[in-house]
Every structure is written in structure tokens, then in C-alpha cells.
Design a protein around this ligand. Sequence first.
Ligand code: FAD
Length: 298
Amino acid sequence: MTETAVPAEKRPAISFEFFPPKTEEMEKNLWGVIERLAPLAPNFVSVTYGAGGSTRERTHSTIARILKETSLTPAAHLTCVDASRANVDEVVAAYHDVGVRHIVALRGDPSGGIGTAYTAHPEGYQSSADLVAAIKRQYPDMEVTVSAYPEKHPESPSFEADIDALKAKVDAGATRAITQFFFDNDLYLDFLDRVRGADITIPIVPGILPVQNFKQAKNFAERAGATMPDWLAKKFEGLDDDPETRKLVAATVAADQVQALTQQGIDNFHFYTMNRADLVFAISHLLGIRPNGAQKAA
Ligand code: FAD
């Protein structure tokens, strides 16, 4: 059997999400992951913002290092939680000053924890749409990406309210949405139909979570209001103490998911890497993506 090369123009676009490392060891690990994934030439790599702005400095220093030491385009996540408008503006200005031109703008989770009521800071941006508008007003050259929820956000009263919220973010200047992770592709495809039905035309990039650790993914899914299907649980049954087999199963599951989406015409994927390279590298490979030496320095 011969391998058919995927023409460059048919290769899906990819992006990767990292979280800011807490310790020197985690930083070393992240840097190894970035070095391994960078040659796959992602459209951008994003770095999350800890709950309530707890990683403000670490997110900034990770983003600044990516900008300085690699040829990757970084996108900085930013939330409105527990921050005044001045405070948020300062963070955005600091990013703009060092050359960052892409922000993933979010409301953020309630400071009392998921499940508690969200209260905006009295002098803060009241919603994610407010934040998007403020960023675009101050820096028209800043690209702004937002979130989207195929299964609707847990706080949202209805699918319609969720679509309205997404539309408000687009009207405020967002040009891309990345979805919460999902495992059943129909959830995403149905959501996409609803989004397009509401005349929202920006790319709605599916967020793909390779299941590095089933228990942890289940925990994330519960907190995020995402469905963890029974068929998925069955695939990982009995593998708690068998990381090697788990890895193979996880790669198969995620590869099947993205390949099925590709067959539906989806050509853009955002990977929640959990700061690990192996699975994401393998899945990208199966999508026809090969290292191309895009990395400038490490
Ligand atoms: P929004 O899009 O503003 O709102 C989500 C939905 O909730 C809306 O559609 C609306 O219908 C509903 N809603 C919002 N507010 C209310 C309200 N007051 N009453 C009723 N309904 C309401 N969190 C972090 O802390 N750091 C990160 O780096 C981070 N990155 C993320 C990246 C992606 C791609 C995604 C999908 C999520 C991320 N999150 C992150 C999680 C996110 O902060 C939470 O899901 C948060 O609860 C909502 O923020 P948002 O900007 O997604 O909300």
C-alpha cells in the first residue's frame, strides 16, 4: 500500500493551547512540548489565563517567551473576573507593547467557583462582549477570538441565549470562536447549523481534547457541562493502571474524531494539549500535517 500525500492546500489548519507552567520543571516540560509541536506550523498557539487572573504574570511571561524565542504566533487568553477595566486595559496594553496581536477574550468563571453566581467587578467589563469591544476600540489591530459552547454554557438559560451571546461577541469584533471540547461530533455539527442559521459567519473552530487521562477529562467535562458519552467511558474501561494502552486508545479516539470532522468539511482544529506533545503530534500527523522546519529557534 502506498501512502497518498495530502496536498498542502488540503491540510487542515491547527492551533494549540497550553497552560502557563507553575514550576521550573513544568516550564522545562512545556518548552520541550513547544519545541516538538512548533515544526507543525500551527496558525497560532494560545496560553490560558488562570481563574480570577491568578496566572497573570505567568501567562504574560510564557507568551512573551514564545514571541521572543520561536516563530510561533501567540494568543493570550484574558478574563474579566475580579478585575477593574483599568486593570484589564493594563494587561492588554502590556501585550500590545511586546508585540502580541491576538487575544482570546473571555468572561471567565465566577470567582466563587463553577456553579456559583457570576458577579462582574463593579468597575470591570460586564461581559465578554464588553471586553471584546474594549480591546477592539483600543487596539483595532488586535485579533480577538472568543469561546463557543456546542452543548451551551452551563449558565445559559437556552441555546438561543447562547447564540445571542455569541452574536454579541461577533458584533463587538471577534473574528473567530473556539469551542468547548466535545466528544460527539453531532453536537458540534448541530451547533454549527444553529450558528450559521443565525447569520454568524466567523470560523467556529472545534476544540479537541485528546483524552490524556480519562478521570481528569471526566472531571473537566462535568465542570464544563460537556457530555462524556458512555461509549467513550467503555473504551477506557479497565485501563486506569495501563498508561501505554490508554495512550494508544486516546490517539485512536481523537484521530477518529478529527478525521470524521474532516469528512464533514471541517478544516480547522484547536487542540487542548494539556502541555503534552505526543498525542497531539500523532493526531496532527494523521491529519496529514508534517514538520516543515518552521521553528526559528528553541
Ligand atoms: P461568555 O461567552 O461570555 O458566556 C457564555 C454563556 O454563558 C453565554 O452564551 C451566556 O448565554 C451565558 N451567560 C454568561 N453570563 C451569564 C449570566 N450572567 N447569566 C446567564 N447566562 C450567562 N477560563 C479561564 O479562566 N481562563 C481561560 O484561559 C479560559 N480559556 C477558555 C478557552 C475556551 C476556548 C473556552 C471554551 C473556555 C475557556 N475558559 C477559560 C472558560 C470560560 O472562562 C468559562 O466557560 C466561563 O464560565 C465563561 O466565559 P466565556 O467568555 O466563555 O463566557
